[in-house]
Design a protein around this ligand. Structure first.
Ligand SMILES: [Zn+2]
Length: 394
């Protein structure tokens, strides 16, 4: 209320000044965090849970989480993220199950992409099964990290700064609280005030993108022992051993010293209950592995015969048209095998697609049409497997 908005004030000062509109507790915590974020991005200490004093649908609103100051038990909050153009905020749903005994802290994240529903159900199922009285350590679930994307059943964040932009927030981590763009600010708020100070390990759940379907798989950096140990505890089909992209939440967590991976639960937009069951079982195995809960280990990758691939090859269309796929998920394919036929509106064949190398089908397109240059099948493979002819590798 006492803020003086001045066009010449620099953006960082503005971000700090606007904290002054909050209550005193939030002012102290928020300012300290913002300064930390600017000066020492690697700082990992939490500065106390900061409450705004607001209640939404019975849930307390927080601007920072520090699970060390929570009582054992289950807690639900709305975390206040980036501001919308109207001046209200995007609130993110957070649940903490804090054990009666101390121990490791696992973060479960969904909703980084808003069209990926099975991850949300997976987190709800796991959290519902936890009994804090029997736990040593904590589980923190963030259900709808990219809130506007979830509202729109959309992969990308809807940003209106310069007219509508659609931004993939999973290329923006660890974010920046002072960035001139809402999704990057939001990524920074969530990363600095919710995740980094409270996690020892992280699982950021995803699915295939809209118009694709995929096997039960992980994107995981298997050269990292702690990542590998968690990844192999899921009774799934495939693991793609790969760095992925700069800006992935899992990579930002790893850079902050928090081993993390990206489980991928099949198709987007729907609940795939059969596949959710596999990832719930794997997540409970990870909790047992870290001693947060006790009980016999469930099925793991050893039981499912998980295929660890170090390569992934997209087969791209060379024409626009209607695509008929000839291969199914998980199907083993050999070099030169025909995987799809494409026709024009008259039904005339305009292209046939073969795989330039053998492997397994990891993902396939579900929309019947495809523009030129659209991936229609992804083949995953192990590069140690011999390749003949002029196969494309990487
Ligand atoms: Zn995703």
């Amino acid at each position: 209320m006492t803020n003086r908005r001045n066009d010449e004030i620099d953006r960082r000062d503005f971000m700090l000044a606007s904290v002054g509109a909050l209550g005193a507790a939030a002012l102290i915590a928020g300012t300290a965090q913002a300064q930390d974020a600017g000066a020492k991005p690697e700082t990992s200490g939490a500065a106390g849970t900061a409450f705004t004093g607001d209640i939404i649908d019975g849930k307390q609103v927080i601007t920072a989480l520090d699970i060390s100051d929570l009582e054992p038990g289950k807690h639900s909050f709305y975390f206040r993220g980036a501001q919308m153009p109207t001046g209200q905020h995007w609130y993110v749903s957070v649940m903490v199950a804090k054990g009666a005994a101390p121990g490791k802290r696992l973060g479960l994240i969904s909703g980084v992409h808003g069209d990926e529903m099975s991850p949300i159900h997976t987190l709800q199922t796991v959290m519902n099964q936890l009994d804090p009285a029997q736990m040593s350590g904590s589980v923190i679930a963030v259900f709808d990290l990219s809130r506007p994307a979830v509202e729109a059943m959309s992969r990308r964040w809807h940003s209106s700064g310069r007219g509508m932009d659609l931004i993939d927030i999973n290329r923006a981590f660890p974010g920046n609280e002072n960035a001139p763009e809402a999704s990057t600010r939001h990524a920074g708020l969530v990363f600095n005030r919710l995740l980094r100070p409270n996690l020892d390990y992280g699982l950021d759940f995803h699915t295939a993108a809209t118009a694709m379907d995929a096997t039960a798989f992980h994107l995981a950096r298997m050269d990292q022992p702690d990542v590998r140990a968690m990844a192999e505890l899921f009774p799934i089909d495939q693991i793609f051993d790969n760095f992925g992209e700069v800006g992935l939440l899992a990579n930002a967590l790893i850079d902050a010293g928090i081993p993390a991976l990206t489980p991928e639960i099949g198709k987007p937009r729907v609940f795939d209950h059969a596949m959710i069951e596999l990832f719930v079982e794997g997540t409970l195995n990870v909790l047992k592995h870290h001693g947060i809960i006790t009980g016999p280990m469930g099925r793991t990758g050893a039981d499912s015969g998980v295929f660890i691939a170090d390569g992934m090859l997209p087969i791209l269309t060379t024409h626009g048209g209607f695509v008929e796929l000839l291969v199914e998920l998980n199907e083993v394919v050999v070099e030169g095998q025909k995987v799809a036929i494409q026709r024009n509106t008259f039904g005339e064949v305009v292209a046939e697609y073969t795989t330039p190398r053998g492997g397994e089908v990891g993902a396939r397109r579900t929309d019947a049409t495809a523009e030129e240059g659209t991936p229609i099948v992804f083949i995953v493979f192990d590069s140690a497997t011999p390749v003949g002819g002029d196969a494309i590798v990487e």
